[in-house]
Write a new protein. Structure first.
Length: 150
């Protein structure tokens, strides 16, 4: 059924897909390709500027997705409460709390990746940071499915 709730859920899931997909594609596909291209065709300072620009643009887009996910997640939580007179089961609240803490951790890690690691050229640490966020994303997605399907 096409409802406001369904639209908000779709926006929530689409933002998650794009955010997590970007966290995987940017460090593991785009950055290596840019580094290779820049290393072959640009002066080192221009290559560094190109890489920093890519990280800054992804960070800006990532921040918008982060807040979209946060706001639609809050809406989904309120809507779930509305349907049950706000009597959430303890297990539900524990899952939401764990999901929220991991989500915030991912946001902080993403900001650290884009604002500190990439501009400073810390490639190895940046890749570990991206891998950590991919693992956290898998856990958060699992918790989200657990909320929906028990």
């Amino acid at each position: 059924m096409f409802t406001f709730r369904a639209v908000v859920l779709w926006i929530h899931l689409a933002a998650i897909i794009v955010w997590v997909g970007g966290m995987i594609v940017v460090p593991f596909v785009a950055m290596p390709a840019v580094r290779r291209f820049a290393g072959e065709h640009l002066a080192p300072e221009r290559a560094a500027a190109l890489i920093e620009t890519l990280a800054r643009r992804f960070q800006r887009f990532s921040r918008e997705l982060f807040f979209t996910i946060l706001l639609t997640g809050i809406f989904n939580l309120i809507n779930a409460g509305w349907l049950t007179n706000f009597s959430y089961p303890t297990m539900y609240l524990q899952l939401v709390g764990a999901k929220f803490i991991l989500f915030l951790t991912m946001g902080v890690n993403q900001a650290w990746y884009s604002l500190k690691l990439v501009p400073q050229g810390k490639t190895r640490t940046a890749l570990w940071s991206a891998l950590a966020n991919a693992a956290l994303a898998a856990v958060v997605l699992y918790l989200g499915l657990k909320l929906r399907f028990g």
